[in-house]
Design a binder for this molecule. Structure first.
Ligand code: TXA
Ligand code: MG
Length: 345
């Protein structure tokens, strides 16, 4: 299969290209598209055969359910049986945007989408290209992140191409994703909402909307099994081995380690903040920006991991952050990328 990439200008969206993309969707094939979080790998969410192709292209385990993306609330009412008051409040405050809600599913949804669960994940993206693409396709678009299963999520069209060239029909290139990490997933299928995956919307943000909201046990203790199937897999992993350092002396420790690995003949990559980057001129280094700008850090995190692999480093030494606010979402990804090789210095 030949994978074609088409550029789209967010400020002047060319409907002709999106019409072509929607025809591919309506024919049961796959199209990767930008969202405000990461790129998604889309299929017609009501077509089992089409959704099956997503699992094949990504090498995704079949027990990991997909998110259905919608462009307006009318679409939602066909897909779910019950929407409680808390879910309504979250939609009011956060949609369109980087929030995914888990709700009781209706019988219109193919089993493959929900991996046999009686709940379904739904998200209304705010990205203009994503929204218009769903609208023109006129069906909910099932879409996981558009990476090979286990790899860092793609934040640029070229990342998608790298993983899925030859496996999908089309990539819509809308530039680099604004947020850079995936949506916050909240389970609203039972009485009290639970955050299953932290994202751009943090625990602190959502507590302001639902004071009783809680974090899934697995986000509090690393020993607990996550309730969200996808959270239990190896994830966000660069090809290189990765170690993460946190604390006021982290950069110095990283320098010591970087020199040690270099002396062993390894190619070392370093990810740290602007104030420490100059320590690492002898290594392949990239900055997470200013230490107090966590939105920028989330924006560049996955791009940086992919660039390290593109540069063929053997080991990545990365500086982590405290788990407050967006720091919790960032560390949720970094811990998985580093297979829990986290050092508090
Ligand atoms: O920002 C995002 O959410 C991106 C963009 C493309 O929208 N999508 C994304 O999809 O990250 P994916 O498949 O990579 O992650 C979806 C997560 C997985 O951890 C999955 O297990 C969980 O949502 N999930 C989906 N349906 C679920 C359900 N019914 N119950 C619990 N967790 C569910
Ligand atoms: Mg994913």
């Amino acid at each position: 299969m030949i994978t074609k990439t088409f550029s789209i200008d967010k400020e002047d969206i060319d409907d002709k290209i999106l019409k072509k993309a929607s025809e591919i969707i309506n024919d049961g094939e796959l199209v990767a598209f930008p969202t405000e979080t990461v790129y998604g790998l889309g299929a017609d969410g009501l077509n089992s055969n089409a959704c099956q192709k997503i699992f094949k292209a990504k090498g995704r385990p079949s027990d990991n359910p997909l998110i259905l993306h919608i462009s307006n609330k009318t679409m939602l009412y066909n897909l779910v049986d019950d929407i409680n008051e808390d879910a309504k409040k979250l939609m009011e405050s956060c949609w369109p945007g980087p929030l995914t809600l888990i709700l009781k599913k209706s019988n219109k949804i193919p089993d493959i989408v929900t991996a046999g669960l009686d709940t379904v994940a739904i998200r209304m993206p705010s990205d203009k290209i994503a929204s218009r693409f769903i609208e023109i396709s006129n069906t909910p678009i099932a879409a996981p992140s558009a990476n090979t299963s286990g790899k860092p999520s793609p934040t640029r069209a070229k990342d998608v191409f790298q993983d899925l060239n030859g496996k999908i029909s089309m990539i819509l290139d809308g530039g680099s994703c604004k947020i850079g990490i995936e949506s916050t997933v909240v389970d609203c299928s039972e009485d009290n909402p639970v955050i299953l995956r932290p994202g751009f919307y943090t625990f602190e943000d959502l507590q302001k909307i639902i004071p009783t909201i809680t974090l899934d046990d697995s986000l509090i203790s690393d020993e607990k099994t996550p309730r969200s199937p996808g959270q239990k897999y190896r994830h966000y992993s660069p090809n290189a081995k990765m170690k993460v350092y946190i604390g006021s002396n982290a950069a110095n420790k990283m320098l010591e380690e970087a020199n040690k690995f270099k002396n062993q003949g390894l190619k070392v990559g370093v990810l740290t903040f602007n104030d420490s980057i100059s320590l690492f001129d002898d290594f392949k280094s990239m900055s997470f920006g200013d230490r107090d700008n966590l939105s920028y850090m989330s924006h560049v995190l996955f791009t940086a991991l992919r660039e390290m692999d593109n540069n063929g480093v053997d080991i990545i030494l990365a500086e982590g952050v405290n788990e407050n606010n967006l720091g919790k979402s960032i560390m949720n990804r970094m811990k998985k990328s580093a297979s829990n090789n986290i050092f508090y210095i």
